[in-house]
Write a protein that binds this ligand. Sequence first.
Ligand SMILES: [Zn+2]
Length: 160
Amino acid sequence: MKFLQAPWRWSFISGLINKENKCVFCSAQKQEGLDSLVCYRGRNYFVILNKYPYNTGHLMVVPYKHLTNPGEISPEDTMEMWSLMNKSLDILKENFSPDGFNIGMNIGDASGAGVKGHFHLHIVPRWSGDSNFMAVIGKTKVMSYDLEEVYNKISEGFKQ
Ligand SMILES: [Zn+2]
């Protein structure tokens, strides 16, 4: 019997669980700069670059509070998530000229959420000719930019 080694998969899993067995979004917001991958900190939400992106510039809008359900945030405070999404779209369009976006949330055990228990909005830039959304998920992809470059561009965009 042959076993295929997949070390990237282990770093993916250990990255999600991490040493202290804590939620990655709760941990990330306590870190600074590139280590945190947090591009912007708002009042109730932060914008973070996905360490294991489906595509270049894959962002997530995440509440500071460890909440399972978007309904746990008041409609007034939910507006901030919407405006951070729009700002993210503007920044991604300006820097990476995507042809489209996939935006969505995975909620609950059957959804395929990578981080359970702390809801987050995915913003995935798309280019004509990249594979369809489902094929992108779960596959490693060659990225045209490195993570640091993308991080710097997006962080800079939020300062403008
Ligand atoms: Zn959390």
